[in-house]
Design a protein around this ligand. Sequence first.
Ligand code: DX5
Ligand code: ZN
Length: 225
Amino acid sequence: MAKSEVIIAPSILAADFGAMREAVLALQDGGADWIHFDVMDGHFVPNLTFGAPMVSALRPHCTLPFDVHLMIEHPENLISDFASAGANRITVHVEACVHLHRVVQQIRELGCSVGVALNPHTPLEAVRYILPDIDLLLVMTVNPGFGGQALIESMKPKIAEARLMIEQDAPHVLLQVDGGVSPENAREVVALGARVLVAGSSVFRAPTPQEGIRALRFALVSQKA
Ligand code: DX5
Ligand code: ZN
């Protein structure tokens, strides 16, 4: 795929929570394609972040698609709130859904694009029979719950295998990689098959978020080996 087709979805988990509106405006100004919301409930993952009110608070200030990553138990109880708040895409974890096919249908009925996420240990086989029904597959390359972690090297072959599964069974599905993505590894992650890159700390650790996004895009097009 052309490197320019790669979707950059910065995670606001790494932003200053005391200036979230400014952070989202900076991401939009910097050419982000989506805004990634990392929703955590302190049960599915050992961290607590924000809920649908954060989405609704930021919705009037940003025209970009809101990509909501639900790291929560029983996501079926809250997907309607996130859809009403202005989420464009809702991703749930296969590990959190006893009846995933039904949750996927519920998200679609709410008018949102549907994503399914896999924790690092979860085999791709877990999504084989749901893949044709979703729009996005999120391969976690860190253990969910925190930003600033290093990409787990053993996830690289999983990205490549996910790309193969998508091309064989559901070529419409976007392959999203989330966790430890930076200008140092973005080119390789895309070469393995990622189409959507989530990056939190590498964007917000840069002097400005705009520069963080620019560094990612430059890494994708620069010729260095
Ligand atoms: C981790 C989240 C990721 C994380 C990415 O649970 O799902 O989106 O915030 O942050 P970095 O890019 O810092 O790994
Ligand atoms: Zn995420």
